[in-house]
Design a protein around this ligand. Structure first.
Ligand SMILES: Nc1ncnc2c1ncn2[C@@H]1O[C@H](COP(=O)(O)OP(=O)(O)OP(=O)(O)O)[C@@H](O)[C@H]1O
Length: 767
């Protein structure tokens, strides 16, 4: 009976909330309509309300301010309309499921407990006085995630509030209907979590707002240190937590920070799509998302060809020759290290007094300012001036020189010839300009002369424009030449910096120079190249970004971190990763971004040891791959034992895989066949695509649909699937110790079932 009463009481509260949401939404729609009409009216009457008078300087000022005022009115009105529109969307979301939990809290010293209903946004009553639903990010809501009924505390405005949690209740509300509710003694009801984790995989990661775990809640709400490092085992919710954290920061700093001031650095475009729906689901605008190589492309892509991270990986994973493999690996590791940064710093200080390289300035095939002259001018300034400051002066000087050259060119024959070839339009344009300048009188003797001069000026200016623009962009500085110079064993720099170079520097030079000769910047050279460019041309910064989150941080090098720190000097950072999933070679034998020592005293580290993605059986098997005694705590969810099948040849392997896909398709929506490389995927696709409907995923894929997928392990990074089939985990295919993490990453993508196949002999990672 008591239960029946509680059910009715909750149904009543839900009804009341839904009515209130309806009322608030219609009020807002009414207001939004008003804002819209206002904006339209303002646009219509814009010029009626502005008296344009440009007679005197005062009139110009007055006109300017009148226009400015109108623009401000219009943008206020449009902003209010946008805000209202966004809030309507929030109400629409609340209409589906207004809240997911309730806690009753009796604060020490108070008489009556407070009933706190928790949802994805705040809902106030008609008078906007009382809170009907609390936002999950409100300080008081924190207790839902942190405590079981009993003593509970939360912090608000720097003060700790103590009391007792009398009730903790969870609801499942769908389409505005109360479907179930249950009181719980556990921090977050295991049953609800189990239910959620047992669901099928999705094309997008889901919001975990109703089931955030206490250890995750700490990360989401942490605001004290500049750098927050989160090291968590595979499937522990790092990505999910990162997204909830963004939503939390947007709420907590709602008057100071907007979504476009937060940047999530991701491994690839596929991952970008995988995560991009969570914030809108939580009622927030999306943050910016960027991959490191995309940033580098923006800076260097027009002048150079860049090697992409997947290309570097493919290259190494397919390298059969052990000696080549070792050399490549050691070059990559060194270039990712802070030793290399030190070498680069020394190099830059060397360049301050000699060795800076410039390009000749060439006009119409003729060298008009030789590089040597630029060098002399540059080094005529005191060495105490920074290189970027001196370059600014060189730039000004070059622009002046170009003005002189431009003036001389006007009198040259090629200009006259070009003037004769001009069409009517150019003539009439120059005629109009002369009239405007008052130099064309229509009855003066020198009108023709004036026009000729004007055209000559125009032609010369047009031809010098690209040159000016490249001088303005400091293109006369030969960054590639200077980077190349570093690897020239005959250059004096080699002697100067030899003490900072590793023993195999000669091998490194041999590997690097052919690429640079082709204007190809290898992935391991990208961050150092950008670093050198910034040291010479001046630091590029983005001070707008206030928070940077780096997901899969184990795959970034210390050098890349330096570049990012310098690029975003005002940003705090959340760095999330798992050392066991390090797959990019530049991070081998370098300090990990998950090491707080890289950041000094401003860093705090939190650890997540429990995995939520996979069944207990999958976690037990994948933990064996690690082979270093690390513990992965499994959430208690059971499923079938993973299988390991050894087959004699490729034909048998294809048969087995097809059979398995057919079986699994009856239970699951997303099944992934994971190969080692894209090259292997292409070959397998040939065999499988004739028999099953399979999507081949490669580095160009931006989105995947539910179904059967075929992809290399590095593309599966950060993503998960109902069932995973590992294609050929043979000892021949996975034989290098460096590939252990790679193999682990592939296997840990499975949520419910994992099936491993190998030709002849299983990789020793699983023996
Ligand atoms: N508190 C939670 N409630 C519900 N689901 C959760 C929770 N925490 C994690 N999950 C689920 O566990 C799965 C793994 O989460 P996520 O991808 O964020 O883990 P990860 O640590 O980033 O994994 P990896 O490092 O292996 O890529 C996701 O399906 C996520 O929704």
């Amino acid at each position: 009976m008591e239960n029946q009463n509680e059910w009715l009481e909750e149904k009543h509260y839900l009804e009341h909330s839904l009515n209130l949401i309806d009322y608030k939404k219609s009020e807002l729609l009414r207001k939004e309509k008003g804002f819209k009409e206002n904006a339209v009216a303002l646009k219509k009457s814009f010029w009626n309300d502005v008296r344009v008078n440009l007679d005197t300087a005062e009139d110009v000022d007055e006109t300017f301010f009148a226009i400015k005022q109108q623009v401000e009115l219009l943008s206020d009105s449009e902003l209010a309309q946008q805000r209202a529109f966004r809030n309507v969307k929030v109400y629409e979301r609340l209409q589906q499921s207004p809240y997911f939990a309730r806690i009753d809290f009796l604060q020490n010293g108070h008489q009556d407990p407070l009933k706190i209903y928790i949802g994805v946004a705040t809902l106030l009553d008609e008078q906007d006085e009382n809170i009907v639903i609390y936002d999950w990010r409100a300080p008081i809501s924190s207790m839902y995630y942190d405590y079981t009924p009993g003593d509970a505390t939360y912090e608000t405005l720097g003060e700790e509030i103590h009391g007792e949690m009398l009730l903790k209740r969870q609801f499942i509300i769908k389409n505005g209907q109360l479907q179930s509710m249950f009181n719980t003694d556990l921090t977050i009801g295991d049953d609800l979590l189990l239910d959620i984790l047992a669901q099928n995989a999705n094309e997008h990661i889901r919001s975990i707002v109703a089931t955030i775990q206490a250890e995750q809640n700490k990360i989401i709400r942490h605001v004290h240190s500049r750098y927050l490092i989160v090291e968590g085992v595979a499937g522990s919710g790092k990505t999910a937590v990162a997204l909830q954290r963004v939503a939390y920061l947007l709420y907590r700093y709602r008057n100071e920070m907007t979504a476009d001031q937060i940047l999530l650095i991701t491994p690839n475009q596929l991952f970008n799509q995988y995560v991009h729906t969570v914030l809108p689901d939580l009622g927030e605008d999306n943050m910016q998302q960027l991959t490191f190589i995309e940033y580098a492309e923006k800076r260097l892509g027009r002048q150079f060809q860049l090697e992409y991270p997947y290309e570097q990986l493919e290259d190494l994973l397919t390298e059969k020759n052990d000696a080549h493999y070792r050399t490549k690996l050691s070059a990559i590791s060194f270039k990712a290290s802070l030793h290399y940064k030190q070498l680069m710093d020394q190099y830059v200080s060397y360049l301050s007094s000699k060795g800076l390289l410039f390009k000749n300035i060439v006009f119409r095939g003729e060298r008009i300012i030789p590089a040597q002259a630029i060098t002399e001018y540059f080094y005529s300034f005191p060495f105490s001036m920074s290189i970027p400051d001196r370059l600014q002066l060189v730039k000004e000087w070059l622009l002046q020189q170009l003005t002189k050259f431009e003036r001389d060119e006007r009198r040259k024959e090629w200009v006259e010839q070009e003037a004769e070839l001009l069409d009517k339009e150019d003539y009439s344009q120059s005629y109009k300009e002369l009239l405007y300048e008052g130099r064309y009188t229509e009855n003066s003797f020198d009108d023709f002369d004036q026009e000729r001069k004007k055209l000559a000026r125009q032609i010369a200016k047009k031809h010098f424009k690209p040159l000016r623009s490249s001088v303005n962009q400091l293109r006369f500085v030969h960054i590639l030449g200077m980077y190349r110079q570093l690897f020239d064993l005959n250059s004096p720099i080699h002697k100067e910096l030899q003490h900072l170079m590793p023993d195999n520097w000669e091998d490194i030079c041999q590997q690097t120079l052919p690429n640079l000769a082709k204007r190809l910047i290898a992935y391991e050279d990208v961050a150092p190249f950008l670093y050198l460019q910034d040291k010479i041309e001046g630091q590029q910064t983005n001070t707008l970004i206030r928070h940077v989150l780096i997901d899969e941080a184990q795959d970034y090098s210390p050098f890349q971190l330096t570049v990012l720190q310098q690029l975003f000097p005002k940003a705090r950072m959340t760095i999330l990763g798992d050392g066991h999933q390090t797959i990019h070679p530049h991070t081998f034998s370098n300090p990990s971004l998950l090491d707080p020592q890289l950041y000094g005293e401003q860093a705090e580290k939190m650890i997540l040891t429990k995995s939520y993605r996979s069944t207990k059986q999958i976690i037990q098997l994948t933990a064996k791959i690690l082979n270093d005694g690390s513990e992965v705590e499994a959430f208690n969810r059971n499923g079938p034992e993973p299988s390991i099948t050894i087959v004699p040849n490729e034909l048998a392997l294809t048969e087995q895989i097809i059979q398995s896909i057919n079986n699994l398709s009856t239970k699951f929506e997303t099944i992934a066949v994971i190969c080692k490389t894209a090259a292997e995927c292409s070959a397998v696709y040939e065999q499988l695509s004739t028999q099953v409907d399979i999507q081949l995923i490669n580095h160009n894929t931006k989105q995947f649909k539910k179904g059967i997928l075929l992809l290399p392990a590095y593309m599966a990074k950060g993503i998960e699937f109902d069932a995973v089939l590992i294609y050929n985990a043979s000892s021949a295919n996975y034989s290098r110790e460096n590939e252990r993490n790679y193999f682990y990453t592939a296997c840990t993508r499975a949520m419910h079932e994992l099936h491993i196949y190998a030709i002849n002999k299983l990789t020793y990672f699983l023996q």
